[in-house]
Design a protein around this ligand. Structure first.
Ligand code: ADP
Length: 528
């Protein structure tokens, strides 16, 4: 499991774990007691007390026997049995005192603390009664109400009871805090999970228990990475162990908005957005992880409806618009037009084309959202494709006063979806022109590197800030600079570009500096 080796917990942390754990191992309790009694005996021996088969020796024997019982029971003793064992321990202390130079009564404080810790106020009452009956009374009977012994016999139960009460009070507070936090966590509308450093579930709130019931109808073992009815965003692909949010979080990964679907039935299936953060211990080492699961089903369904709507509206708009563009084209070819009409038709043509591009982009986006883009790959020459796109863009570049230099190899045969890759090149050329000023030059290059075709489009335009670079390929994202300069666009081109390139098994990257220029790089595998 995660985080093994080299991250052993410190002794202090281990000890605190024992003290604060909700269930305490009786072996640890009795072991501690025997140790203390043993230290008491050894110190007395060192101090010159003669050992013999006396009552204190019997007392030590009883304590050791109880320790053996806990070991044989492998620490699995009911709470009442542990309480009884602690009462016997107090009796052991009482017995040990029945000898000249017998054991120290102070040792009774240890079982008293545990009684308070495990049984609260009732434990404190039991402590008081047991200390009086098993320590004070036998002590007084043995030595009589004289001098120092009288004082000790009375003070031991008082100190033990106060210690027991103090611990019981502290535990009550802790328990109250625990209940308040549990109630608070149960009221929030977000599923919450806390994992320990080994990926075990430490706490789960009620909301998350609902999600777990959907994902694991047959139950959950309480460990990170268990496979269940957990699906990827496509709702079909089951998530593997390595992709499970809990598994990733248990490996120390931190993330936001990891989208998953849980449940099998489409009617009750829920979409969750998961975030994870590591919990570090005081030494800064990984000590577990906290995960939050937000229900985003309504949002996802609304997005689906929106995409369907956009797709159908775009489709309905595109058909008449294509016919308008076609007829305007025919009209413009008429030689008898007056100059003014020709200019007016040119404006109509330009705007109709713009509208068509926008609608095509919207349609593409909706299709991409609906599922991975299907590519129809055919053999084609990428060099020729890039050159022809550049030729088509030249008039617009000339009108904008921007130079366009193209350097491509003679031929670069590949297997591509020609139309889609043309769309990619067009998008990059249009952007380079849109975001550059007159007088600058855009350079287009194509080369083969490490078995991949690499297309570069370099401009000396407005550039992109580091903060914006990460979001550039997100749908509808437009940089503040682009907005401020009123450069037309809707922020779809690059997201479509990336989808197309990735559907070809490639990658698109950008290097840019604000005010200096940008380089867009598209890498496509030659084999594909
Ligand atoms: P659009 O250009 O329609 O806004 P894109 O998806 O093509 O949409 O681009 C998204 C954003 O990325 C743009 O709005 C712009 O802010 C930024 N961008 C894209 N290309 C460039 C470039 N060559 N130079 C500077 N900024 C760019």
């Amino acid at each position: 499991m995660p985080r093994e080796g080299g991250t052993g917990r410190s002794w202090a942390a281990a000890l605190r774990g024992v003290l604060l754990a909700s269930t305490v191992d009786p072996r640890a309790i009795q072991g501690g007691f025997v140790l203390l009694v043993g230290v008491d005996v050894v110190l007395r021996l060192v101090g010159g007390v003669r050992p013999g088969l006396s009552l204190p020796a019997v007392a030590v024997l009883v304590a050791v026997l109880l320790l053996l019982v806990t070991v044989v029971a492998r620490g699995r003793l009911p709470a009442r049995a542990v309480g009884a064992m602690l009462v016997v321990d107090i009796g052991v202390v009482g017995l040990a005192r029945l000898a000249p130079d017998g054991g120290s009564g102070l040792v009774a404080v240890l079982p008293a603390l545990w009684l308070g810790r495990l049984h609260g106020r009732r434990g404190a009452v039991v402590t008081a009664v047991a200390a009086v009956a098993l320590v004070t009374v036998p002590g007084l009977l043995y030595t009589g109400p004289e001098g120092i012994n009288l004082s000790r016999s009375v003070i031991i139960p008082v100190v033990a009871t106060i210690a027991s009460l103090a611990v019981a009070g502290g535990m009550e507070q802790v328990e109250h805090q625990r209940r308040v936090s549990a109630a608070t966590l149960d009221t929030v509308d977000v599923g919450l999970v806390l994992l320990d450093e080994h990926g075990r579930y430490v706490a789960v709130n009620r909301r998350h228990a609902d999600f777990m019931a959907l994902a694991y109808p047959a139950g959950h073992a309480g460990r990170a990475g268990q496979l269940g009815l957990v699906y990827d965003v496509d709702r079909v692909t089951r998530l593997g162990r390595e992709s499970m949010p809990t598994y990733r979080a248990a490996r120390g990964e931190e993330f936001d908005d990891c989208r998953i679907w849980v449940g099998e039935d489409p009617m009750t299936q829920r979409a969750l957005s998961v975030s994870a953060r590591s919990v570090l211990d005081e030494a800064g080492r990984f000590g577990g992880a906290a995960l939050a699961y937000k229900d985003v089903t309504d949002l996802m369904r609304a997005m689906e409806v929106k995409d369907e709507f956009v797709a159908s509206v775009s489709h309905e708009l595109r058909t008449p618009l294509t016919s308008i563009v076609g007829y305007v084209q025919m009209l413009r070819e008429d030689d008898t037009l007056t100059t003014q009409t020709a200019r007016q038709l040119e404006v109509v043509d330009r705007n109709a084309h713009r509208l068509l591009r926008l609608i095509t982009d919207l349609l593409d986006t909706a299709q991409i959202e609906a599922g991975p883009v299907g590519m129809r790959r055919t053999p084609c020459d990428l060099s020729a494709l890039v050159s022809s796109c550049a030729d088509a863009a030249r008039p617009a570049y000339r009108a904008a006063g921007i130079g366009l230099e193209v350097a491509v190899p003679d031929a670069l045969p590949m297997l591509l979806d020609r139309q889609r890759i043309e769309q990619v090149v067009d998008n990059l050329l249009t952007n380079a022109m849109k975001y550059s000023a007159a007088g600058t030059v855009v350079r287009v290059g194509l080369a083969v590197e490490d078995g991949r075709a690499e297309l570069t489009v370099v401009d000396r335009g407005i550039g992109i800030s580091a903060a914006d670079r990460d979001r550039l390929f997100t749908r509808f994202f437009r940089s503040r600079d682009a907005e401020d300069r009123s450069i037309q666009g809707v922020g779809l081109g690059l997201s479509i570009t990336r989808e197309i390139v990735e559907a070809h098994g490639g990658r698109v990257e950008v290097d840019s500096e604000l005010g200096v220029g940008s380089t867009f790089r598209v890498r496509l595998p030659m084999a594909g």
